[in-house]
Structure formats: structure tokens, C-alpha cells
Ligand binder design. Structure first.
Ligand code: DHB
Ligand code: MG
Length: 222
């Protein structure tokens, strides 16, 4: 067997994307506008956007919470998996980025299902209406705060709520106990919490795609 190389990952990712995901002018446009505005190209890969869409549908989620909007690429994928009365609250810290996200949601025809809340997630989360639980929570913001976000996911969820955490492998650095990278340390703390905290049951998958070598954790609130 050939050693997997970044080039091989990219070719396989392109094959899987062509075969299973396809192309979509709205999603491609959201990425193009985000790139043109100079935002970092760190939206999830198409195969992972499709994973979020499928998890939304498989779980029958009606209320979704997203922490970290960026250009709303992942938001659009999840919005498309919602029933007619479904709703997403997505939190973005940067006003300029929130404006780009709103324009992309508008063009995707899902703006009526999505509220973009502006602010630092750690400050916005305590203000959310917790009277009805979220069915799915996607955590994809500053990694240093992952344990704070997981705590809110459990508090704002219910037994059965699906929790997805992006960027859980970070090029393999997650397995380095001596890492000094604060983002990786945040990822490690989050994964350790998922493993230890009795409110969760979880696993994580390594992902090799056009975004490089990373991973995604998937948990259920118990
Ligand atoms: C990076 C990637 C992400 O998906 C993210 O949410 C944050 C940072 C990165 O590659 O730096
Ligand atoms: Mg991410």
C-alpha cells in the first residue's frame, strides 16, 4: 500500500467530494465571498459540511446552536438539513465577519432560519433562551474555550443532543502531551472533558481532506 501523502489525501478528498457531495453555486459562492473578503479559508471541507447536514437530518434536529460562524458555510449545510420550522442560532465575534455571514445566508435562502448573534461566545451563551433545548451543537470557534463551550452545550442541550467539535486533531499535535500551542491545549482539554465528564459520551475521527490533517469529535449528551 502506498503511504498516504497529503497529495493522496487531496485526490481522495476530491474523489469523495465529486462522488458523494457534488458542487453547489450557493456554497461555492459563500466560500468565494469569504475568501474575497480576506477571511481565513478555514471553513469545513465539503465532505464535513455534508457530515453536518447528515447529522442534522439523522438526529431530526430542529434547534441548532453553532459556536463560530465565519462565512456561514457550515451554517448553510446545517440549515439545509432542518425541517421547515427548524432554527439555528450561530455566534460570531467579529462584526465584519457576521455581515459576510448574513449576506451568504441571505443568498442561500436560509436567512429566515438563522439568527447570527454578534459577540464573544462565552458572553453570548449565558444570554441565550434556554427554555427549549438545542438538539445539535456545533463547536468551531477559538479552541482555547472548548471546555466552556462544551459545558454550555450540555447545559443548553437535553439527553440525546448531538455535539460536534471541529479541529480535534490539529495535524496530529493533539497527541503531543508536551505541546505548548494554546489552541491544541484547548482541544486536548475539550477531548479530555468529553472522555471524563458524565454528561457526555463521545468519539473522534481523524480527517484527511483538502484542509489537511485534522479531526472531528462527535458526542451525545447523556
Ligand atoms: C483552523 C481551522 C479551523 O477549522 C478552525 O475552526 C480554526 C482554525 C486552522 O487551520 O487554523
Ligand atoms: Mg473549524
Amino acid at each position: 500500500m502506498t503511504d498516504p501523502t497529503p497529495d493522496l489525501w487531496r485526490r481522495v478528498d476530491a474523489y469523495l467530494t465529486e462522488t458523494l457531495v457534488g458542487h453547489d453555486p450557493v456554497l461555492d459562492g459563500a466560500v468565494a465571498d469569504q475568501n474575497a473578503a480576506g477571511l481565513p479559508p478555514i471553513e469545513v471541507a465539503p465532505v464535513n459540511g455534508k457530515l453536518l447536514n447528515l447529522l442534522t437530518r439523522i438526529s431530526g434536529a430542529r434547534r441548532v446552536l453553532e459556536i463560530g460562524t465565519l462565512g456561514a458555510y457550515s451554517t448553510i449545510w446545517m440549515a439545509r438539513g432542518l425541517p421547515d420550522d427548524g432554527f439555528i442560532v450561530t455566534i460570531e465575534a467579529e462584526p465584519r465577519i457576521a455581515d459576510i455571514a448574513r449576506a451568504n445566508l441571505e443568498r442561500a435562502g436560509v436567512a429566515g432560519k438563522v439568527e447570527v448573534k454578534l459577540g464573544r461566545a462565552a458572553e453570548v451563551l449565558p444570554t441565550l433562551d434556554g427554555s427549549e433545548p438545542f438538539d445539535l451543537v456545533f463547536i468551531d470557534a477559538d479552541k482555547e474555550s472548548n471546555t466552556i463551550y462544551l459545558d454550555w452545550a450540555a447545559r443548553l442541550g437535553r439527553p440525546g443532543t448531538v455535539v460536534v467539535v471541529d479541529n480535534t486533531v490539529r495535524g496530529g499535535e493533539v497527541a503531543n502531551p508536551a505541546t505548548e500551542n494554546p489552541q491544541v491545549i484547548g482541544v486536548q482539554r475539550g477531548l479530555e472533558m468529553l472522555g471524563r465528564d458524565p454528561r457526555f459520551d463521545a468519539t473522534a475521527l481523524q480527517t484527511l481532506d483538502l484542509k489537511g490533517y485534522d479531526g472531528v469529535a462527535i458526542a451525545i449528551v447523556l
